[in-house]
Design a protein around this ligand. Structure first.
Ligand code: SF4
Length: 180
């Protein structure tokens, strides 16, 4: 795995919290259950261009739904369409995230996933400050055990290096886009 440099991104509670994703080690990917992340236009364009890679890997039912109705529903969040859910799971979930698997096989696990999935558990508050989602912090509502303080002994600053680097790239790109 490529070495990830230490982040310079300001994250409000980064050095006070622990976090560890244990998908495949006691967690079946419950963050993708009823997962309906919003999809930005450029992400949708990337998904469209690479859909032929994902379709053979999703469930049969999800493939039928995607081919018939598309992978986004009419629901919207932050003005963006949201991924569909089939049988209670994100349309791209099949024993793991298909977008993650294809991206990882090509060398970048974040290449195809919608940004909220790549960033999790990092999020921005209403003032655009980055923070690590945790129960008891900023009114966190999502009932995931991994967001419980003390659930892991691993400092978030250590376990989230790749997510922090992704957030840093995203912030830099947004700043650049806003610069006249
Ligand atoms: S795109 Fe992937 S990571 Fe995001 S909710 Fe769907 S299956 Fe989960």
């Amino acid at each position: 795995m490529a070495r990830v440099k230490k982040t310079t991104l300001p994250v409000l509670n980064l050095h006070e919290v622990t976090f560890e994703c244990i998908y495949g080690r006691g967690c079946d990917g419950i963050c993708c259950q009823n997962g309906r992340p919003p999809v930005a236009a450029e992400e949708a364009a990337r998904l469209d261009a690479n859909l032929h890679k994902f379709l053979p890997l999703v469930t049969d039912k999800a493939r039928q739904v995607i081919e018939r109705d598309g992978y986004v529903s009419r629901r919207r969040k932050s003005g963006m369409p949201m991924l569909r859910v089939v049988d209670g799971w994100c349309v791209f979930f099949n024993g793991g995230c298909v977008l993650h698997k294809v991206g990882a096989a090509e060398g970048d696990k974040f290449a195809y996933k919608p940004a909220p999935c790549s960033l999790f558990p990092l999020e921005q508050d209403s003032n655009d400050n980055w923070y690590v989602r945790q129960h008891g912090y900023k009114g966190e509502q999502w009932d995931l055990f991994c967001l419980e303080p003390g659930c892991s002994k691993t400092p978030a600053a250590k376990s989230l290096k790749e997510e922090l680097a992704f957030a840093e790239r995203l912030t830099a790109a947004e700043t650049q886009a806003q610069t006249p």
